[in-house]
Design a protein around this ligand. Structure first.
Ligand code: CU
Length: 126
């Protein structure tokens, strides 16, 4: 399903899940390992207009994680759930420069959520 819509200057291409062929587009491929409670790597750099293909791998045992990425102004650009032992592919093209925080907000009962446990990172777009 295509979630992406180019709505205007301040809007962005949202993510599209699924294995779209990115060959020939100059995409940057980034593999992110999700564990309890880290993203590896957690510091990323990209360029405006350059497509990114994320491969998200949840290597935790029995712990679901998600990958939430927000624009510099706080707009949610990506929201992807990845179950324990699963992986997901996300395509994303940044349209705004600046810091894009990403994190996991999964939470079990009354425990702190995963972001509070340290499960966050930064995509810097320039
Ligand atoms: Cu998590």
């Amino acid at each position: 399903m295509l979630n992406g819509l180019l709505l205007g200057q301040e809007d962005v291409w949202a993510d599209e899940t699924g294995g779209t062929d990115m060959s020939g587009t100059g995409a940057q491929f980034i593999t992110i390992t999700m564990e309890s409670y880290t993203f590896t790597p957690h510091t990323l750099i990209a360029e405006v207009g350059q497509p990114i293909e994320f491969l998200l791998k949840n290597e935790s045992f029995l712990v679901p994680h998600n990958f939430l990425l927000d624009s510099p102004d706080g707009t949610r650009l990506i929201e992807a759930n990845v179950d324990s032992g699963e992986q997901a592919t996300i395509q994303f093209t940044p349209t705004q420069s600046g810091p894009h925080v990403f994190y996991c907000n999964k939470q079990l009962l009354f425990f702190p959520d995963h972001r509070e446990e340290g499960m966050e990172g930064m995509l810097t777009v320039r």
